[in-house]
Design a protein around this ligand. Sequence first.
Ligand code: ADP
Ligand code: ZN
Length: 765
Amino acid sequence: MPKHTSQRQLFESQPAWVEDDARRGTVATVVLPDGVDKPLDYLVPESLAGAVEPGRRVRVPLGRGNRERIAYCVAVRSGELPQHPLKSVAGVEDDAPLLSRRMLDLTKWMADRWLARWGEVLEAVLPAGVRLSRKPRMTTLLMATGAEPARRLNPAQAAVLAAATDPRSAEDLARESGASRAVVARLVKVGLLREAGAVERSVGGGDARRPISHERPDQLSPAQARALEAIVSAVRAGRHETVVLFGVTGSGKTEVYLQAVEETLAAGKQAIVLVPEISLTPQTCDRFRARFGSVAVLHSHLTPAERHDQWREIAAGRVGVVVGARSAIFAPTPRLGLIVIDEEHENSFKQATAPRYHARDVAEWIARAEGVPLVLGSATPSLETFSHCLQGTWKMCRLADRVGGSQLPAVITVDLRDPKSRSRGSVSPRLAAGINWALDGGGQVMLLLNRRGFATQVQCRSCGHAVRCPQCDLALTLHQPGNRGICHGCGLVNRVPADCPECRAPKLAQRGTGTQRLEEEIRRLFPGTRVARMDTDTMQSRGSHERTLDAFRAREIDILVGTQMIAKGLDFPSVMLVGVVNADAALHLADFRAAERTCQLVTQVSGRSGRGPLGGRVVVQTSTPDHPALSAAAKHDYEAFVRSELPIRETLLYPPFGSIVRIVVRSVDEQAAANWAGHITDRLRKEVALLAAAASGSGSAEPKIRVLGPAPAPITRLRDRFRWHLQVQGPDGDILRDVVRRATATLQTPDNVAWIIDVDPVEML
Ligand code: ADP
Ligand code: ZN
């Protein structure tokens, strides 16, 4: 037996006289949302026994001043009390647990998995409305008093009273009688309606079991049927399995999700469907709403109170389907039967602020714990997902063909290095010909350019100086009208000077084309066509996104210019041409996923073309047509890209073959940032050396851990903070996290620096 075990046993088997003397009681372990990292123990006083339980929040005295703080109770145990004195819990905050045992386990796992603080994870999984308002919002019910009206009732008033024979909400009364809410209010005022109780305000509603049939196809294709069967058999058996739907755009993946959800509801269970971003996927959300009676769509425009209402409805089991972005995975479904993640390769499933979790991994954990299937759908699965399938841990179902037999569009690659393909602007002769072909054929056009603004750089022709943001290390993007230089890092707006700020020469040139300039160029080249632009600049107001898409669908727009916003999930049968104006834009970023992203983006946007009977084409403009990411996208052979990319990742031990922990240090003082990054790096190298020594001592294999850096981050300055970063890489994520934990455990961070840990980052800038 190893020595340390026997030692611990010595301490555990205490002499009898200690037990006689021991005080017994109940101890609660609590986690603070911020400030203190470690879980703390408190005594539960007799008066609060039973009220303190895991998942509820409590008030506890903290520090020398015993200031009361709200904390999450994560465990309660009764028995012998420790020798050292414990402070007592001061009060209980919630009437019932906010978090189930499972959610507590999940949040603990998340904290370990992404090196986050447990407290901040607990805060992140509960919507603000749930934490703030603890009482449900109530709706007052009204009923007719039966009193004699003082005056003759008008028809609207009579209709309201006729509907008010039993308690109803004002809203229901107005809707049923066709009268306005003002009429109802008036009747209350004159004493003809009275309050008759209150109910919890309900949202959504409807019969969770009854699907509304809406454009539901009579028959699934054989490939769809196989995929559905794989999912549904797991739903019925209550068995966990991860099923990857690898299907080209338009192959009927969404239809498979819909029917899988239908079966889930029929089995009396609930489903969670994650989409990359609600506002970018209006069509997907509409299809779920149209087909099912009770859908909770969790979008970012909900107020905290609305969010809280949705949460209650879901928790009460009154909502069958939850559709939402990343955080909808934490919806408190009591009868979960299925989780779907659409466009699983999207980066937005990773949270960019602490806790930096990935919803795909969280979903896997939940699906496994609940014994339910997880469905991941994409035309371009992430390499992480792909390699799970290649290893056989996840099941891949392919949907190789488009529904209805329409062909994937032919892709024409335009080599911008070839002088014949050049033009004065950013539209090559081949692309212009393609646009004319589509317009002449009665079709529509989508043009992708993943840079907003007018010119991406303002540079002096005389001295070469490029105008930069005063507080970031980024070139200002010129936006028109108004000659505004906007920093895409911090949003700062500056007037762009007429002369070079460096050499005073009046020779500032506007270089690089953004969507604004492209729109202008298109209007000039194709006079008489109706052109619209979709990027975050034009889509500021609420609903503008839907309005533009509706106009495009109604064929009030011929050419739609946009950023990656237009690449996702849209199904417009009249689009005959998709143009990728600059496929290289994202290819050369300092990020090991640059190629994967580019291949995904070009494949996704190409999939918008040729969905209808008119057929379609794609024109891709690039200076690197032979790059595997682009040649694969041009052949609609995403898998060819995967095959070329995986060995590269394997050699470098990049995900999916290893884990990465990235640490970013920020400071107003460049030297302080560099020093602190250096200090952390030294600590990490020491830990790695210790590990290697231990391994060689015991004769086991050396842990292949690399520490890279410190170095200035690709964006070296942002919002007046200098940024340095470093990376630790290794084949085993658990070992890597242990190394980082040990190296950073006792760090005393100086006041003028801040730093973050990002485990398995999707963003390296
Ligand atoms: P994806 O999600 O893979 O892009 P969709 O599920 O949106 O594909 O399907 C593309 C189009 O084909 C949609 O208009 C959908 O209603 C239709 N569709 C899907 N499955 C079938 C089917 N089995 N029979 C007829 N039409 C179908
Ligand atoms: Zn800036």
